[in-house]
Design a protein around this ligand. Sequence first.
Ligand SMILES: Nc1ncnc2[nH]cnc12
Length: 587
Amino acid sequence: MRVRSIDEAAHRKLLRVARREEPADMWIRGAKVLHVYTKEWREVHIAVSGERIAYVGEKEPVTCEGTTIVEADGKCAVPGYIEPHAHPFQWYNPFTMADFALARGTTTLISDSLMLMTLPFAQVADIMEKLAEHPVKQFFWARLDPQMRRTMASPPFDREGIDRMLEHPRVIQGGELTDWQGVLAEDETLLYGIKRALDVGKRMEGHHPGASVQTLNAAAALGITACHESITAEDVLERLRVGMYATLRHSSIRPDLPTLVQGLLEAGIPWSSRMMLTSDGSTPPMYRHGLMDYTIRVAIEAGMPPVEAYVMASLNPAVYYGIDSEVGGIAPGRLADILLLTQPGEPTPEAVIANGQLSGKDGKLLVPTVQPVWTDYDFPSVSREMKEMQVKTEWFRMKDKGVPVPVICMLNAVITKMEQASLPVDTQGYVSLENDPELALLCLINPVQKRLTRAVVRGYGRDLKGLASTYTASSDWLVIGRCAQSMAQALQRVMEMDGGVAMYEKGKAVLECPLPLGGKFSPAPMEEVIDMAERFTGLIREKGHDHLDPLYSLLFFTATHLPYVRITAEGIVEVKSGKILVPSEFL
Ligand SMILES: Nc1ncnc2[nH]cnc12
């Protein structure tokens, strides 16, 4: 597989520049270069021809007037970073994520496609192909399951849909496979998809939080070769032992890297060529610190030797995905993705060279990138779906039925369990949350099936009046709060914005975060999205939300790959058994 195509003339010129028969297009001189293959720093010359490195070594290249000479005396040169597990849809999108990545030295992204799957395949393919023109090399995964409750395989997660995705040249692997219960039930489509990924020569990534050694064995037996869910050094070791790559994660919901690094150091477990680093689709506020440059920084600060961290963010993922002949190292034949650092332990690059072009300096992008025409894509329109309905305050009250009320308790930002509580009833016969400011009503609306699921939630914040969000894993809408009127107003506002997140209090909007692309992401540049998400997080924190990431809570209340209960269009579901504990109602 080719990461970036090369024509015959450019290919021949590589030979000539390498042999010093023709001038180089770029000469990087004076830098201490990290050879990721041998883990040595050496002061050598780098000669670039077109998009690729032609030569790395002692000899000065032939130059001409057109040769760009990069004086890199005293600098360190490392390969462009690879993010092996991105979810480029957490309010940002794959284009804005790629721009942001490039400016900070992440020159290859391996990305989730889940949030594209509401589009017809031709449009998914069009987006992936457009991104192939971006200086950041972006490949995608083909999901085998939608990470939400369903009763049978349906497009695009049926055999035909899986085949179409897996065969696309911009799709590099199957996964991440979140429906492990489905695998255990020997779901034919899932088993087909795993085998098919391997049949077409691609990797299959798992998702195994808390998995036993037996489960890891079974997953490896099926062909799963990586997992990013280790939270202890022992987890890492268990994955390595069954032949999997262990991806060490530092994300906004699982900032585990310091624990993992210290645990590995204490246990004397050697750094392995089968370890990779990931920021795993962190929500925008975490990216304020950077992308893979920040992940590497966290690893180094926790005690990982810098060289090991660079190798885990370049060569190791390149080898894993079978693209190391073109990315992941500073060596002849590779794309000239080269970062200039001020010192070995400072991973945020001063300058970014991508595909042989100076593309970023001090965090600023220097080259034009690829801009999508979003109107070319038919993301579901939130306001269109709501057209025939009128938001009713009544939806956001819970009638007392004389039985205990289901309370979804947040154990952390994304893990929930259910309790039953006897709550007071007001004079009009509605369940009252008056006595406990920690409680709020959590309502899910499915506008297509016209279903409403209600629960009480504990832990999203204190005295929250009304918040509505179309940013959810299942594409249902969530409304959370203690004031029915504010909840209705927040939902109404979100409809007017054509998707996003809004908060209302005392008849006023206190926050508006428009996410007009499918109600889930914004076309705005990453910096603006970070500002917007920080405003949201700040406000929710003021309301006493003390879990790690309130955005991920919104996303995952509906995602059935997480324990123990989830809110779905059919009702409140116990994940493990699939049982509906409390059914939904018709709107
Ligand atoms: N499984 C998942 N789906 C969507 N976004 C994610 N971010 C981290 N894990 C994710």
